[in-house]
Design a binder for this molecule. Sequence first.
Ligand SMILES: O=C(CO)[C@H](O)[C@H](O)COP(=O)(O)O
Length: 228
Amino acid sequence: MAVQINPSILSADFSRLAEEAKAVEGADWLHVDVMDNHFVPNLTLGVPVVESLAKATDTPLDCHLMIEDPDRWAPQYIEAGAGSVTFHVEAAAAPVRLAREIRAKGARASMALRPATPIEPYEDLLPELDMLLIMTVEPGFGGQAFLDIMLPKIRRTRELISKHGLQLWLQVDGGVSASTIEQCAEAGADVFVAGSAVYGADDPAEAVRKLRDQAAAVTASAAWACGH
Ligand SMILES: O=C(CO)[C@H](O)[C@H](O)COP(=O)(O)O
């Protein structure tokens, strides 16, 4: 699979969400940060805004649910137009059942790990998923510094994906920029969420293209990506 860049709407101007979504058309997915002020100490948007965003852009929506009780809410985000739904394993009551329900409703199922959550206990769940998200900051806010201590976890996760012969996408989110994307790609990530690095640029669409070129150049020669 080619590398993907998913601009994070968290860093956009919320008073002009439709325009901001259009400004990054050409990106692979639009990353939509749903925060409930319980699972994370911040509050963003919910189902009605996702429904409006889905009508405002042709870019598919990658909804990252940083909320409690994703088992209850995930189906509503699919009905609102999300093409991919990410739930946090720390918040889900029944992650396998939830992943199966997301797939059955026609969306891609994705599971996220906070920085302190290890991948190893979830090895057996990987075949149930279309994507795994490794947070490279504590979830809640954009513009934080990339946690480079997450690189070994990205590497170990890529090894597990290879070991099981899975087509799972490996996403990283938090502090991804021109300075950090190559390390993530080298470690094994192939889907990159970027908020401030895209929306903080003079030309967000150009920032997406540059980040994609940077990651693709690394992936082309990365040991993990041979035959990818
Ligand atoms: O999930 C998130 C925060 O919880 C955001 O997607 C993430 O932080 C993106 O912003 P930036 O690229 O500026 O770090």
